[in-house]
Design a protein around this ligand. Structure first.
Ligand SMILES: Nc1nc2c(ncn2[C@@H]2O[C@H](COP(=O)(O)OP(=O)(O)O)[C@@H](O)[C@H]2O)c(=O)[nH]1
Ligand SMILES: [Mg+2]
Length: 244
């Protein structure tokens, strides 16, 4: 029988991380597959992912995109691929081990009572390790503004470590999202909340990456402000075909 869950891992220059990460996800449970969404990484991550998909044929898949198109659109393409391929549960995680793979089984189990489960740094028991003060401040500010301007209620609105029930993703108008990058996580959460879908959070320890480099940039910060103000002024509604 086909596996029910797929872990979507967007990559851009993650050659040091991709093999050990995929291996640790596959070791978790036999019923979890992996989709790597690589944006033509100059360091050859896409080739490494292809090799993994040959070694672990039927459990590891690769989506190659022509260039760096953003983390938000990588998740979106991963969602579409996962839904088309009939997975019932989808997980998104970063490739740099900041999101602990061992949290995935609980995040999948908790989907029994929720449409989305966030691997959360900001609920009791969750934390970050190895972040600079500036990085902490940026994250705190983005979460604060997301609650104030978009009305979001989760404790960790900005994190990308999440599990979803596939049927709930129809709540989100994927083609209409404003962001290409990181702030698409805010938009997805907005639509879940607006539809009244249950969002749960489980605590994680987020460890700053040991290998490779962060891709966060001034452009991402500017895009986050664009998203925050767009939703503050427009408060997009959900249409009836988006309800679950
Ligand atoms: N496919 C794809 N992946 C991306 C892109 N930008 C970032 N990523 C991946 O998204 C994840 C988070 O990026 P990272 O640099 O760790 O961000 P940080 O943790 O916020 O510093 C990592 O797996 C990156 O390789 C992109 O444009 N395309
Ligand atoms: Mg990271």
């Amino acid at each position: 029988m086909k596996n029910q869950a797929v872990v979507i891992i967007p990559t851009y220059n993650e050659a040091e991380n991709i093999e050990p990460l995929v291996q640790s996800v596959l070791n978790l449970r036999p019923e979890v597959d992996v989709l790597v969404v690589d944006d033509h990484s100059p360091d050859g991550t896409g080739d490494l992912a292809d090799r993994l998909s040959q070694i672990f044929s039927g459990r590891v898949f690769v989506l190659h995109r022509p260039g760096k198109l953003g983390l938000g659109t990588a998740h979106r393409d991963g969602f579409r691929w996962g839904i088309e391929h009939g997975y019932e549960r989808l997980v998104t995680m970063d490739a740099d081990f900041s999101h602990p793979p061992e949290a995935i089984p609980l995040m999948l189990e908790q989907l029994a009572g929720a449409g989305m489960v966030i691997g959360s740094r900001y609920v009791k028991g969750g934390r970050t390790e190895g972040w600079s003060l500036t990085r902490k401040l940026n994250s705190w500010t983005a979460n604060f503004l997301a609650r104030r301007l978009m009305g979001l209620k989760a404790k960790d609105c900005t994190g990308a470590f999440r599990s979803y029930r596939a049927e709930y993703l129809k709540i989100v108008p994927l083609e209409k999202l404003v962001a290409c990058g990181y702030s698409a996580h805010l938009e997805v959460l907005y639509y879940f909340q607006r539809a009244g879908a249950e969002v749960a959070e489980v605590p994680i320890t987020f460890v700053n990456r040991q290998e490779g480099q962060s891709k966060i940039s001034g452009r991402e910060i500017r895009e986050t402000f664009k998203v925050l103000f767009f939703y503050f002024f427009h408060r997009p509604r959900i249409s009836s075909d988006q309800s679950v």
